[in-house]
Design a protein around this ligand. Structure first.
Ligand SMILES: [Zn+2]
Length: 155
């Protein structure tokens, strides 16, 4: 009898998560809180919650809710990390076409996808597979920048 509430909440959360992982994670907190309030009212009325026909004591229900909060937190942390990664790996606003050297202005979507079509030579440029190599070379650049004096002494 109580299963539809929990299952429904999980389905709604999965749908929201598909739209935005951060919104999905925040929505997870709201759902978990909703389940907590609903569950406490069920126990206050002297009823018991069953999940897949397993009766849950109030204590087990509370443990499950806290475990769920912990999962929500992990998910939110993961979503924020993923989101930062996307921002970091975006292509710059302006880029030179690797095929013809034309300076191009990129749309936000092209920067995130790391794919664009050159308006000058019509080449489809796909830099989506070069993410890791690029972040590695960025790292090397910043390591070199850290020791400008050392380089000066060498010369
Ligand atoms: Zn081009």
């Amino acid at each position: 009898m109580f299963n539809p509430v929990i299952i429904g909440a999980l389905v709604i959360q999965a749908i929201v998560r598909n739209i935005s992982s951060i919104a999905g994670a925040i929505f997870g907190y709201i759902i978990t809180t909703g389940i907590l309030i609903w569950g406490l009212s069920v126990y206050a009325e002297g009823n018991i919650i069953t999940f897949f026909s397993i009766p849950l004591s109030k204590q087990i229900f509370l443990y499950a809710v806290f475990a769920w909060y912990w999962l929500d937190t992990n998910e939110l942390r993961g979503a924020i990390k993923e989101n930062n990664k996307i921002v970091d790996e975006r292509l710059p606003n302006e880029i030179e076409c690797p095929q013809c050297g034309e300076k191009l202005e990129l749309e936000e979507a092209e920067r995130i996808e790391r794919k664009f079509t050159c308006v000058e030579c019509n080449s489809l440029i796909d830099l989506s597979l070069e993410k890791n190599e690029k972040s590695q070379s960025d790292k090397l650049d910043s390591e070199i920048d850290l020791h400008p004096t050392a380089n000066g002494i060498m010369q």
